[in-house]
Design a protein around this ligand. Sequence first.
Ligand code: SF4
Ligand code: SF4
Ligand code: FES
Length: 241
Amino acid sequence: MKVTIQKYDPAVDALPYTKDYDIPYTENMTALKAILDVHEKCEPIAFDYSCRGRVCGRCSVMVNGTAGTACTTAIPDKAVTIEPLRGFRIVKDLVVDKTEFHDRISALELRSRATEISYEDVLAPVDYDNVFMKLDPLEWCARCGSCQAMCPAVHDASSKDTYLGPAGMIAIGLRFFDPYDTGDRISQAVQEGLWNCIMCGMCDEVCPALEIEHIATWTKLREEATARNLTQKKAPLLPFG
Ligand code: SF4
Ligand code: SF4
Ligand code: FES
């Protein structure tokens, strides 16, 4: 089969270019297997991976133009094109710099709380529907960036600087459902562009974390925002915390 890979070494190349490789197709081949085969049998490719099972989020790439984790993306048997994840700075070949993206999500995921969690808080009855059906699934986010790469609202020039994007919005949703978080997550979601999402569902389609229900999460956040009359597309800056 033909595997086309985008190569680029900023130290020596003026621009990215693509190169074709010939490797045997194996049954149920993933994009990661194809990259590994090219790397081991043809020539070195800079790429990143660890878990091989949609947990670490490191292997995300574009496969025939669609973002996804390489370890879970099946490829066709004749030809495939693999490129670095769209929207991120290329470090080398298929490795991109996700530092800023990860730092932002880490900051959003920090629990906001003015007082310490008390013994009584811990003993309080658990809202199972909230914790197990809504919060737990969001913890599956591997921060792979696939949703971010494919989100039309993130790449739309008119909302580029006003929409945080689906991965960050999942982090806000996680704390919204967290019974111990006391931050005003609805104001934060609106401020970060909740209404800029066009509800296309692309994030849900490419996400390797099948547990996450993106549209249901956006809908819940929007319902809460509407109940508080926070319905502006581009929100005013509101205090958070
Ligand atoms: S549903 Fe919203 S967040 Fe998801 S890809 Fe579409 S515009 Fe982006
Ligand atoms: S929501 Fe899904 S696609 Fe987006 S970063 Fe998390 S795991 Fe990846
Ligand atoms: S190798 Fe960890 S998500 Fe693919």
